[in-house]
Design a protein around this ligand. Structure first.
Ligand code: CMP
Length: 141
């Protein structure tokens, strides 16, 4: 299996719960490495660009409000099959439907405030990583 990179966000509700370390432990325990990370305040234009594919959805405004409501941790994760592995670790988008032990079940509050984001494909990972990190900021990948 190839080594992949994927983009991950620890969302404002999880940062507020002070569980950044606990979430990173899940990644490390599953052989994903942190190849880049930064705690940032996302501004509205960047949030709108990041979630551009959801622009016409009724929840878009709410999503941008939430993602700009407090600091987020952005990361590049690297490892074998990183995109799919991260999605398994996160669980279903809606925490109410996520399996026990997944990040969204453990730390998500609702469909909108679901604790973590992860790229849904290698192509999305490339696009999302390029929005937030330069290639020289990504180590270890
Ligand atoms: P994420 O993986 O960050 O990608 C898009 C986000 O939109 C998703 O997680 C959810 O948090 C959010 N989302 C998806 N569907 C809805 C919905 N019906 N209502 C509110 N938020 C949603």
């Amino acid at each position: 299996m190839a080594i992949e990179k994927t983009f991950s966000i620890i969302k404002p509700n999880a940062v507020k719960k002070n569980v950044i370390g606990k979430i990173i432990t899940h990644f490390e325990d599953n052989d994903l490495k942190i190849a880049a990370s930064q705690l940032i305040n996302l501004d509205r234009p960047k949030a709108e660009e990041f979630y551009a594919e959801h622009k016409e959805r009724p929840f878009f405004g709410e999503l941008v409000d939430f993602m700009t409501s407090g600091p987020i941790m952005i990361m590049c994760l690297s490892g074998e099959d990183a995109v799919a592995k991260n999605r398994n670790i996160m669980g279903a988008t809606n925490p109410a439907e996520a399996d026990e032990g997944t990040l969204r079940k453990l730390y998500g509050d609702s469909l909108g405030e679901n604790a973590v984001h992860g790229s849904d494909s290698p192509a999305s990972a490339d696009r999302e990583l390029a929005l937030f990190f330069s290639t020289k900021e990504i180590c270890n990948a």
